[in-house]
Design a protein around this ligand. Structure first.
Ligand SMILES: Nc1ncnc2c1ncn2[C@@H]1O[C@H](COP(=O)(O)OP(=O)(O)O)[C@@H](O)[C@H]1O
Ligand SMILES: [Mg+2]
Length: 313
């Protein structure tokens, strides 16, 4: 092995996913990274799928469910995923064909029927991935930075297409109460299922393709942070994604009082653990604990410095 990358600038991927436990600094680091790429002249979109709105706070501007330019930062667009908006688009995209196929089997008004199918487990997440993939593919952006929801959910998402497909095999019979397989096979419903299956497989292929996606693990030097990262890194590897970057956030750099010295002592073994385990094969970026909260472009530029011009330690 052996790492060849030293900064986040050296990634050749178009999609950067930032993942990790809640509160460890995913939004902070992904916003700093997105800002960096935008300032470097790359057309950049930052997407947050964490349902606690956060991009609006960090960029100090209202960011909504449809992508919009971040005022004052050229080349930067942002979007906060809203499940209602995702479902609205899903309905526009698939509603008519679902209705056409299913109305041969059950007699329900359009909205009721389409909404019902849309409640099937996994569909919402599935189409969120599709929605993100659409933005990645539409050619308007050079880089897409994805501030993901806390790790468990992200992993579930990556494993989801498989489970979703499994679900689809029996879905029409259960959801539409169709016992008669023959009647079902005479409707276009099976074709829809087949096309969703294809869509789902494409999405899964894309998001687990190391040629396009960089997964950046964000963690803090504490037991829960480190143990969870280890688990997530292992599970991602099973999906074919090798993590190449770890951001260790909240590192106490220059303790100047007993309290901070004790915290730094507490952190040390966890930093060593990460170094021993991953230092040879991955790039570890340390982000110091700052005395202020990270809000606004000026502050983000300071975080950007640490991520893109790290001091050699
Ligand atoms: N290195 C840091 N120093 C000081 N505060 C930080 C640092 N990193 C993150 N924060 C603050 O911690 C909080 C959580 O960070 P955030 O990026 O929102 O985490 P996540 O997106 O993983 O939940 C925010 O208020 C942020 O400003
Ligand atoms: Mg966040």
């Amino acid at each position: 092995m052996g790492k060849t990358l030293t900064t986040l600038d050296q990634t050749n991927k178009r999609v950067l996913m930032f993942g990790g436990k809640g509160g460890v600094g995913k939004t902070t680091s992904s916003a700093a990274a997105a800002l960096h790429y935008a300032l470097a002249g790359r057309r950049t979109l930052i997407i947050s799928s964490d349902l606690t709105p956060s991009l609006s706070d960090i960029f100090e501007t209202e960011i909504g469910a449809t992508e919009r330019a971040v005022p004052g930062v050229e080349n930067l667009h942002a979007l906060e995923i809203d499940p209602a908006e995702v479902m609205r688009r899903w309905k526009i995209k698939f509603g008519p064909e679902i209705y056409q196929a299913a109305s041969a089997l059950v007699d329900l008004p359009y909205d009721e029927l389409v909404d019902y199918v849309g409640m099937a487990p996994g569909i919402q997440e599935e189409f969120m991935l599709d929605y993100i993939l659409e933005r990645i593919r539409d050619g308007r952006y050079d880089m897409v930075v994805w501030d993901t929801a806390p790790a468990g959910d992200t992993l579930r998402l990556l494993g989801l297409p498989g489970r979703f497909i499994e679900h689809l095999r029996v879905a029409p019979r259960i959801y539409l109460g169709v016992q008669d397989t023959l009647k079902l096979s005479q409707t276009p419903f099976l074709e829809i299922i087949a096309s969703w299956k294809e869509l789902s497989e494409q999405t899964k292929r894309f998001f687990s393709d190391p040629a396009s996606v960089e997964f950046i693990m964000v963690t803090i030097p504490e037991a829960l942070g480190v143990y969870q990262s280890r688990r997530v890194i292992g599970e991602l590897a099973e999906h074919g994604l090798d993590v190449r970057y770890i951001i260790i956030n909240n590192v106490i750099a220059d303790p100047d009082c007993d309290f901070l010295r004790q915290r730094a002592e507490m952190q040390r073994p966890y930093i060593e653990m990460l170094n021993d385990e991953y230092g040879d094969s991955m790039t570890l970026l340390k982000l110091p604990l700052l005395s202020y909260e990270v809000k606004g472009v000026e502050r983000l530029r300071e975080v950007e410095e640490f991520l893109f011009n790290p001091l050699v330690s």
